[in-house]
Ligand binder design. Structure first.
Ligand code: AMP
Length: 272
């Protein structure tokens, strides 16, 4: 069932609650242009819950670059097909007016980790992410919400927000899905030119080889620059509980900014 009007979804959510056997709600928030990575989250949610909700909303407040927002891919027809195949029960398609009647006056912020890595290069990005996720959690009231490790910093910040605000739901981390050449799947990959697409798996290759061969982050930066990337950062950060050091990369090919991250143990298994 597809909800174009938020009001209709809100009414429906109430009826779920009043059903005798209401069961659990699994939630996958996305910005659409769905690929196999999104699908893996939906399938996991399907396995673990009675009801599965997918949201598609290209959230304007998390884009620091207006051009990136304007050119964000939209493939609604194919998204709805993927949702159906993955066994999604409800798709919600809120509008900007639905989500920001307050004109983004109220926001959720984190003051420390959100200022590093992607946050250092995309001012305000994680304020937008945390705010939209908080709003969607309020609208969907899921028992479990599924997030990809491809956006590891985002996942960590959402985990932290959930704990800090005593939100009564489980955050389920899901592994990064990759193309056969190692490139982390991303909606933005659709915008790569054929030459850029050929070059893009360098990020995963260099992450793997540098971790296995004990090469520094500076070495990775230099190699990426040689291959034509404009590098935002390559950094090692201890994340998660118990803390584990992961290597994080953000680098652009032309207008397209790509991110990835890998732990030394994952590097051994990664086929690139
Ligand atoms: P997005 O539509 O890019 O905002 O992503 C929606 C959700 O899908 C987020 O939790 C992402 O981390 C997750 N996701 C995106 N790409 C991948 C991928 N390649 N593998 C696993 N999860 C992903």
């Amino acid at each position: 069932m597809v909800f174009h009007k938020l009001k209709d979804w809100q009414l429906h959510r109430r009826t779920l609650e009043h059903r005798e056997a209401n069961g659990t709600v699994g939630f996958v928030p996305t910005m659409g242009a769905l690929h196999q990575g999104h699908r893996s989250l939906l399938e996991r949610a399907r396995q673990e819950n009675d009801h599965v909700v997918l949201s598609i909303f290209v959230n304007p407040t998390q884009f620091n670059n207006p051009n990136d927002f304007a050119k964000y891919p939209s493939t609604l027809e194919s998204d709805l097909k993927i949702a159906e195949e993955a066994g999604v029960d409800f798709v919600i398609l809120p509008t900007r007016e639905d989500i920001y009647p307050d004109d983004y006056r109220y926001r959720v912020m984190e003051t420390t980790f959100s200022k590093s890595l992607c946050g250092a290069h995309r001012p305000g990005h994680f304020d937008g992410v945390l705010t939209i996720v908080m709003k969607l959690f309020g609208l969907v009231r899921p028992h479990r919400a599924y997030f990809g490790q491809k956006d590891y910093q985002q996942l960590e910040l959402i985990r932290g927000m959930t704990k800090s605000f005593y939100l009564n739901l489980e955050i389920v981390p899901c592994p990064t899905l990759r193309e056969t050449d190692g490139l982390a799947m991303s909606s933005r990959n659709l915008r790569l030119t054929p030459a850029q697409r050929k070059n893009a798996p360098q990020i995963a290759r260099l992450l793997k080889s540098s971790l296995l061969e004990n090469k520094t982050t500076d070495w990775v930066k230099a190699e990426l620059s040689k291959s034509g990337f404009l590098v935002d950062y390559v950094e090692d950060v201890a994340v998660g509980q118990p803390p584990e050091t992961r290597r994080f990369v953000a680098a652009s090919l032309g207008e397209i900014r790509l991110i990835d991250n890998l732990s030394p143990s994952e590097a051994k298994d990664l086929e690139v």
